[in-house]
Design a protein around this ligand. Structure first.
Ligand code: ATP
Ligand code: MG
Ligand code: FE
Length: 336
């Protein structure tokens, strides 16, 4: 069974073809980073326009890569949300057109379910499991009792982890998106700026990054006013230490409390080396199998959307041609 999937929720135009939910036959990702970089963040109107320009040739490119013909496909999948409405619409309209023209069933997919099930492209999942989702717009601990059954047990109360990375990077005058640059600086030898940890209530699985962000910004300001600016590496290391320590602690506590058989890392910030190393060390010590996608499948792509769509294809759960893009789609409601 082959699924052709489309992802246009933010600033990547992506199309993939995946066999049986696990084997990638084509995976084309066109990033718009250069378009948005000079604005220091994603400009929604530009993102939509760029998606419109790219979507057709990317679909053609994916078909060509796969060596398949439209009549070989079993379904068309597309990200329904969450994301930027104008960006989502481009993918949704393209997917509906293909499904109609090729007479194929349509599967609307939750973007975060995609990030989580990116793991299925490379690993065998065992339930129940806990997924730590860390991306540009989300920071969540998700309890997955059985395949495709999601329950959010904790989430950020303000900024997402990736958003915090990008804001700190901006303050350090690093290019957008700054997560990978902070990560690289934090890996270098050197001191770490002492910063607070946002533990919140002792039993809470929620996160908060805005206090940490303010602490960094005010430390930078004070140092500048004294005429002794902070070294970017020291700031990056201190910031990353604080973010990673809280993410790792809470994820491991959730694994234990919920009797999870595996911990799944997901989302763009799952590419973070500091986070991967700390989680790997702590999971090894606690005898918890840790799964993470390869770096290329952490940030937005359409192969992950096909992987999640396969859960619905297997169950015959299809979407009608009139479903709508949902900028605030809820993960729990997308459960199989
Ligand atoms: P969402 O998935 O929540 O809708 P998104 O799709 O915009 O948001 P992703 O593509 O999943 O986000 O991830 C992009 C984010 O990941 C950016 O904030 C980027 O800075 C961050 N990121 C990527 N690589 C790293 C890294 N190595 N360290 C830290 N952050 C990283
Ligand atoms: Mg992106
Ligand atoms: Fe994403």
């Amino acid at each position: 069974l082959y699924i052709l999937a489309i992802e246009t929720s933010c600033d990547e135009t992506a199309v993939a073809i995946v066999e049986n939910g696990t084997t990638i036959r084509a995976n084309v990702v066109s990033s718009q980073i250069e378009v948005h970089q000079r604005f220091g963040g994603v400009v929604p109107e530009l993102a939509s326009r760029k998606h419109v320009e790219s979507i057709t040739w990317i679909i053609e490119e994916a078909l060509e890569q796969s060596g398949l013909e439209p009549h070989d496909l079993s379904a068309i999948a597309v990200t329904q949300g969450p994301g930027l409405i104008g960006a989502l619409l481009v993918g949704v309209v393209a997917a509906k057109a293909l499904a109609y023209a090729w007479e194929l069933p349509l599967i609307a997919v939750h973007h975060i379910a995609g990030h989580i099930y990116a793991n299925q492209l490379v690993h065998k999942l065992q339930y129940p499991l806990i997924s730590l989702v860390v991306s540009g717009g989300h920071t969540e601990l998700v309890y997955i009792e059985a395949e495709g059954v999601f329950r959010i047990i904790g989430q950020t109360r303000d900024d997402a982890a990736g958003e915090a990375y990008d804001k700190i990077a901006r303050a350090l005058k690093l290019p957008y998106p700054g997560g990978p640059y902070i990560d690289r600086l934090a890996q270098e030898e050197g001191a770490a700026l002492p910063l607070p940890r946002a533990w919140l209530e002792p039993d809470s699985y929620d996160f908060s990054f805005s206090g940490l962000k303010s602490a960094v910004l005010s430390a930078l300001n004070q140092a500048n006013m004294k005429g002794q600016p902070l070294v970017p590496q020291v700031v990056a290391k201190g910031f990353q230490d604080s973010v990673v320590e809280v993410l790792v602690e809470k994820a491991l506590r959730a694994v234990k409390a919920y009797g999870a058989k595996q911990l799944l890392l997901a989302g763009g910030v799952a590419a973070n080396q500091g986070l991967r190393q700390q989680l790997a060390a702590r999971c090894a010590a606690a005898n918890v199998p840790l799964l993470a996608p390869p770096l290329s499948l952490c940030t937005d792509n359409a192969a992950m959307i096909a992987a999640a769509a396969f859960l619905k294809l297997q169950r015959g759960q299809f979407s009608s041609l009139d479903f709508k893009a949902e900028p605030l789609l809820k993960l729990e409601e997308w459960s199989v």
